[in-house]
Every structure is written in C-alpha cells, then in structure tokens.
Design a protein around this ligand. Structure first.
Ligand SMILES: C[S@@+](CC[C@H](N)C(=O)[O-])C[C@H]1O[C@@H](n2cnc3c(N)ncnc32)[C@H](O)[C@@H]1O
Length: 250
C-alpha cells in the first residue's frame, strides 16, 4: 500500500487518521522517497502524487461534461451492450468500478448504477470524485442515485439479497493492451494498481460470479483483439479500440 502524506502541518492529523484506516504509513511530503507514488492531502483533496506532479479524478472536467451532454444510446456502445433502449433503463452493477468513467455514462443515460471497487485507494478517490459530482446542477441528480461499495465483487455479489439486471465488468487490461494509455494520470493509476493485479483466473472467477447473479446479462469490456475472458459471448458490440462481450441469461 502506498503511503499517505501531507504538505501542510495542519493536515497531519487527518492524514494520520486516514492512514490508520487504510493500515498504511503517514509522513510529510518531503519524506516521501523520490520516485515513490503517494497519496497527498492538499486543499481538502486527496491526490496521487509522483515526482512533483499530482492528480485526482474529476468527473466534472470539461471533456467529461461534454461527453455527458452528448451521450445518447446511439453514441454509447456500452449503453447498448448493457441493454438500455427506449423506455428501458436496467439496474446495473459495475463490479470493477475503477474511476467510473464508464459507469458515469450509464448513470447520465438514466440507469441506476451500483459501483463496487476493491482497491482502498482507488475507492477513496472514486468516492471523493462522486461526492463532488453530486453537487453539479445538471448531472448531480443522476450521480446522487449511484451507490458505492468498497468490496471484492466476487463475495459482494453473492451476499446481495436482490440481483442486479446487468453486471458490467472491466477487468484490468494486460500490459500489452496499455500501449495507448500513456498519460500521467494513467501511469499513476497503473503504478497504484501494480500491488493489486487482477490475474486472468481472478477475472474469470469474477465473470462466473457475475453470471450466477445477474438477472438479465453480463457485459465484459475487452481490448479489441483480446480473447474472451471465459467462453464465447452471445454477442459482441465493437467500440473503437475495445469491444463489449455480452453474456445473456437464459
Ligand atoms: C480497468 S479498472 C476499471 C475502469 C472503469 N471501467 C472506469 O471506467 O474507470 C478495473 C478496476 O477493477 C477493480 N477490481 C479488480 N478486481 C476487483 C474485484 N474482485 N472486486 C472489485 N473491484 C475489483 C480494480 O481495483 C480496478 O480499479
């Protein structure tokens, strides 16, 4: 687990308390080793920091807002893969929420979305971005309907009394599939996730658990040329450099 750190002395107690919750270390920023990724509390915001550059997810960046405004079933293959259609907005569980770039689109298009994320620091950044996005005058109400859980989906799905209509999975892409993702934020995120790799067998177990629980379908995001996670899907929706494999319930 990466360390948590503060720049200003008045943030020390908050950082130390959060570090205890996450069972990791807390230290002043200047004590973080060069080249070490850390989570910094600054101006009331948690940010990943690496070699002097900091970043935190923000659902309200101009390009994200533009995408929400333009979102439609025609433009969003993920929405079609999840079975959104005129008059139908299935309840979706995104069981590998990450930073919810995908789930936010489904929420904006009107589906109730439950997010489950296992990694404690990804979850902390996800929750922070969500809390802020809920304040947005146009899209806040859609985000406020989302529910967030920090858990391992393989167990969480089995514990739920009611089944979601759709379960969406976006397991980590293999390293070879990440050539295009070279932005600083993505690099930071990759480094954060190296201590939490999702082995192919775990991804397959997740798909099994999802197929047992979803009442309508399971959708799996894959790199365009990657093999299916388990067996051949019932149908496939192509989407640029990725595709969505759809497994229907009988
Ligand atoms: C590729 S990212 C998902 C990105 C996401 N679709 C988005 O739009 O931002 C995969 C995420 O799944 C999480 N994850 C992996 N296995 C999990 C599990 N068993 N339960 C919950 N989350 C899991 C990882 O921690 C990681 O954050």
């Amino acid at each position: 687990m990466i360390p948590l750190c503060w720049r200003r002395a008045e943030d020390r107690l908050t950082v130390q308390a959060q570090a205890r919750v996450l069972a990791t270390s807390a230290l002043p920023l200047e004590a973080v080793a060069a080249g070490q990724l850390a989570l910094l509390l600054e101006d009331g915001s948690w940010q990943l920091t690496l070699q002097g550059r900091s970043w935190h997810p923000d659902w309200l960046q101009p390009d994200r807002l533009r995408r929400y405004r333009q979102a439609s079933l025609k433009r969003e293959p993920l929405a079609r893969a999840c079975g959104l259609k005129a008059g139908q907005r299935p309840a979706i569980c995104d069981a590998t929420a990450g930073l919810a770039q995908d789930a936010t689109i489904l929420a904006v298009l009107g589906s109730p979305v439950t997010l489950v994320e296992a990694h404690p620091i990804v979850f902390l950044l996800l929750r922070q971005a969500w809390e802020r996005a809920c304040e947005h005058p146009d899209f806040g109400p859609a985000f406020a309907r989302m529910r967030l859980f920090q858990a391992d989906s393989r167990h969480w799905l089995q514990q739920q009394a009611s089944a979601p209509d759709v379960i969406y999975l976006d397991p980590m892409f293999a390293r070879a599939d990440l050539k295009a993702q070279v932005s600083k934020p993505m690099q930071m995120l990759r480094r954060l996730q190296t201590d939490w790799p999702l082995a192919a067998s775990e991804a397959a177990a997740l798909l099994q658990a999802a197929r047992e629980r979803a009442s309508q379908r399971v959708v799996v995001k894959r790199a365009r040329r990657a093999p299916p996670l388990l067996e051949r899907p019932h149908h496939v929706i192509e989407a640029g450099n990725c595709r969505f494999d759809v497994y229907m319930k009988n």
